[in-house]
Design a protein around this ligand. Sequence first.
Ligand code: RI2
Length: 320
Amino acid sequence: MFATETAEKIKSMEIRGAGRIARAAAGALRNQALGSTATRTAAFAGEMERAAGLLVATRPTAVSLPNAVHMVMSGIDRAKTVKEARAGVVQRADAFIRSSQHAVEKIAEIGARHIRDGDIILTHCNSEAALGCIIKAHRDGREIEVFATEVRPGNQGHITIRTLNDAGIKTNFIVDSAVRSFMHDVDLVIIGADAVTVNGAVVNKIGSSQVAHSAHEARVNVLVAAETYKFAPRTIIGELIRIEERAAGEVLPDEIARTLPHVTVRNPAFDVTPAEFIDMIVTEQGAIPPQMAYVIIREYLGWEIGEFHKSLEINNGQGE
Ligand code: RI2
């Protein structure tokens, strides 16, 4: 699949989940590079930049997407020939996809260690990283039970309960508004992430902050499963994560909305859970308290404050 088709599928959420969209974008850039007929490096780089821009613009919140695209595209401008530039893109895209899959497996292994025999776990939305931890604990022989939310309006909870059912895990399916009613029965909350900011706040599916707030109130630990490429480097310079607001029709059918001229439907897809409601973030590099998010951005994503200063200087015309 080339970039245009992949971008459409990400936008319509046929391809969804922060990790999956990142791998799909990397795969699309690889295919774009392999299929390009450009004969000059500048034309090749231009085509790839346009493809990258198209992919990044599809969903504004999941930082995994621009991080993956940045990793695949980095160094393209230094290649001396189209052949070299193409080989670089293919190599980096394949490396990203491999390391992403490995990260999800590693997180499952580390996260499962924090699940005890007899635990009742609540999860919200459909996160392959979060479900990986739950399924690994079950496979390791721990007897567990799960509460899974419906996740209006996208119904991602339906995917979650099918996955849990197929793994043979005892699961309770509840509407989103029932979370607080059941929180006293729950031992641990495990959710995924679309983005983690430098101050350890987690951006995830709308409703996650209510889930975490309710867990905090009931003294239930909240564990976030997030690969390091979900950490947001630009939050170091104070940039905020944009919360995607999706079409009103996902919440209320247009034919009903048309009859309600005084009603505006709001449909933010994500919300922000502050670090104080999160006990641990499990990354493939280990489990960290949310306050250590900066270390992940610096050590594993390789972004330093200096790098931003440099790019700001260049943008302001003071650089090379
Ligand atoms: P993994 C999803 O977003 C959910 O917010 C989920 O928690 C998050 O991506 C992480 O998913 P959406 O694409 O990468 O359903 O852990 O809007 O699968």
